[in-house]
Design a binder for this molecule. Sequence first.
Ligand SMILES: Nc1ncnc2c1ncn2[C@@H]1O[C@H](COP(=O)(O)OP(=O)(O)OP(=O)(O)O)[C@@H](O)[C@H]1O
Length: 302
Amino acid sequence: MPSPVIELRGVRKAFGAHSVINGLDLSVPAHSIFAFLGNNGGGKSTAIRLITGLLRADAGDVEVLGMDVRSERRAILAQVGAIVDAACFYPNLTAAEFLRIGCTIKALPRSEIGRVLDMVSLGAARDRLVGRFSLGMKQRLAIAHALLGSPKLLILDEPSNGLDPEGIRDIRELLAALPRQGDCTVFVSSHNLDEVEKIASHVGVLKGGALLFQGPLAELQSRHAGALLVDVRDAARAGLVLAEAGYRAEAGAGVNQLTVHGVELQGADKVNALLVTSGVGLVQSVFRTPSLEQWFLEEHHV
Ligand SMILES: Nc1ncnc2c1ncn2[C@@H]1O[C@H](COP(=O)(O)OP(=O)(O)OP(=O)(O)O)[C@@H](O)[C@H]1O
C-alpha cells in the first residue's frame, strides 16, 4: 500500500492555556478526496496550518508526502497547492495576469495558465478583470492558482464557504474530478456535510482536537443504524406495540406515520412482522440510512 500523503502522530497545539489540537492522529491515503470535518471553531484551520507548516506543533510528528514539515517545508510546499486563508486578489488584474504572478514565483511556463484555467472552467474568462468575478469564480480562480505546477496534494480550507448553491455545485464537481485527472490527493475541510457526502472517498471527523473517526466514507455510513418509516392504520396502537417491544418510535411526518429509530437493515423484517401480527394495519414500510449529517449532529449533540 502506498504511504499516506499526510500523516500526523500525537500532534498537540495550544494557544496559551487554550488547547486546540489534543493528540491528533491523521492518515490521508494517496489519491483520496479526504473530507476533514468539524464544527466551526473545532480546530480544522489550526490543523491545516500545522500541516502546511504555518504553525509549529507543540508535540507530535507532522509528515507530508513522506517528509517532516519542520525540516523539509520548502520541498513539501513545492508539491502542495493550498488555499488556507481567504484568497487575496488584485481586482485590476485579469485572471491570466493574476496566474502569471504565480507562474513567475513557481518558475513555471506560461502554458500552465491556460491549463489550470481550463481545469476550473474559466478558460473563457482569462482576460476578464478579477474584480468583476462572482465569488464562485474567484474561488475557482484560487483553486486554479493552487493547481499551478500540478501539485501532488491540494489542501483547501472550507472552499465552499459563502458560495451560492450553483457555486457550491461547481466546486464540488471540480474537486470530484481532480484525483481522476491527475496524480493528486485532495484534503478539504468543511462543516458542510451534505457537500462532503457527495464527493469524499474518506472522512476524518474532528472533535475536541482529536479524531472521532477516520476512514472510508462507506465505513462511516455503515456503522450507523438507520430508521424505518412505517405507515399504519392505527398509529397510536402501533406506537404502544413498538414501545413494549423496546423500540424507539415517534410520530412521523404523515398522520399515520411513525419513525422507528435505531433499526438496522437486517432488523427491519422483525419490526414489520411485529406490526403485521399485532393487527395495527401495516400499509408500507421504508428503510432509510441516516445521512452523514444526521449522524454527525447526533454525535456532536448540536
Ligand atoms: N492564532 C491564534 N491565537 C489564539 N487562538 C487561536 C488562534 N488560531 C485559532 N485560535 C482558536 O483556536 C480554536 C480553533 O480555531 P480554528 O480556526 O482552527 O477552528 P476551525 O475548526 O477552523 O473553525 P472555522 O470552521 O470556524 O474556521 C478557536 O477557538 C480559535 O479562536
